[in-house]
Ligand binder design. Structure first.
Ligand code: NAD
Length: 254
């Protein structure tokens, strides 16, 4: 008989970036339900996330930090370890998107997207993996990719670059760290109902175009990625390395 406790996160500590809303909030709630101590990092208060977790008596601590600059990393690590000790699971979820014709993208907007969606992801991975390599107890990293890790998209050149980089980086880091029991994987969400897609959803034409192409016939929700996020963070995924799992209502199969 399969031992379902392999999916439990009981006794583990997970740090999730971008925890105040959207997919990050969904992942925090799911991890707390699976038994983890959850640390949510965000620019703004995570009170809503904390309230959702308090309903069932889960454990949650917020750390306020602006993830556009790597100089915040030592503060995040210190606060996280002060709260729950060793961090076992890192979810790089925080991300931004700036929609603009490629011909008009400014260097400032390019840097803003790349700094949060790509550079910060690498340096957070490096920070926690160094600790895990030193104590030899392994760890799990889940990066949040996108359909634009596979496709070109339109009017989002920096975002597509960053999310395509996440797919490659996830493979690269897995190659370096798999032998040390560090699992580096990613989730590529499809079109989900969050702030990230607010503009798309309020554009009647684009919204209809997208919806009609999703085999599942609906936009995804933060709850839809809970199962994949728990699986990749759990012992059940210990031999899964360098893979980007699409949770997309069938978008990529089309
Ligand atoms: P969202 O805009 O609701 O959430 C983005 C999160 O990132 C927020 O918690 C925000 O506070 C955080 N964040 C942004 N800039 C930050 C900064 N400088 N410092 C700290 N935190 C910062 O959107 P979402 O859809 O929940 O996005 C979560 C992740 O999922 C992103 O990486 C996004 O690219 C990715 N994604 C979303 C979709 C979708 O359809 N919604 C699809 C594919 C990928």
């Amino acid at each position: 008989m399969t031992n379902l406790s392999m999916f439990s996160l009981e006794g583990k500590t997970a740090l999730v970036t971008g925890a105040n809303t959207g997919l990050g909030q969904g992942i925090c709630v799911a991890y707390a339900q699976a038994g983890a101590n959850v640390i949510g990092v965000a620019r703004r208060s995570c009170q809503e996330t904390a309230d959702k977790i308090a309903v069932f008596g889960g454990k949650f601590k917020e750390i306020i930090a602006d993830l556009s600059d790597t100089s915040v990393i030592p503060h995040i690590v210190e606060e996280a370890e002060k709260a729950y000790g060793r961090v076992d699971i890192l979810v790089n979820n925080a991300g931004i998107i700036k929609r603009c014709d490629a011909a008009d993208v400014t260097e400032a907007d390019w840097d803003a997207v790349i700094n949060i969606n790509e550079k910060m992801v690498f340096f957070l991975c490096q920070t926690f993996a160094k600790k895990w390599l030193a104590d030899n107890k392994g760890g799990k990293i889940i990066n949040i990719a996108s359909m634009l890790s596979y496709q070109g998209g339109i009017r989002v050149p920096a975002y597509t670059s960053s999310k395509s980089a996440i797919l490659g980086l996830t493979r690269e880091l897995a190659n370096e760290w798999a032998a040390h029991n560090i699992n580096v994987n990613a989730i590529a969400p499809g079109y989900m109902e969050t702030n990230n897609t607010q503009n798309l959803r309020s554009d009647e034409h684009r919204s209809e175009e997208i919806l009609s192409r999703i085999p599942a016939g609906r936009w995804g929700t933060p709850e839809d990625i809970a199962g994949a996020a728990i699986f990749l963070a759990s012992d059940a995924a210990s031999y899964v390395h360098g893979f980007t799992l699409a949770v997309d209502g069938g978008w990529l199969a089309r």
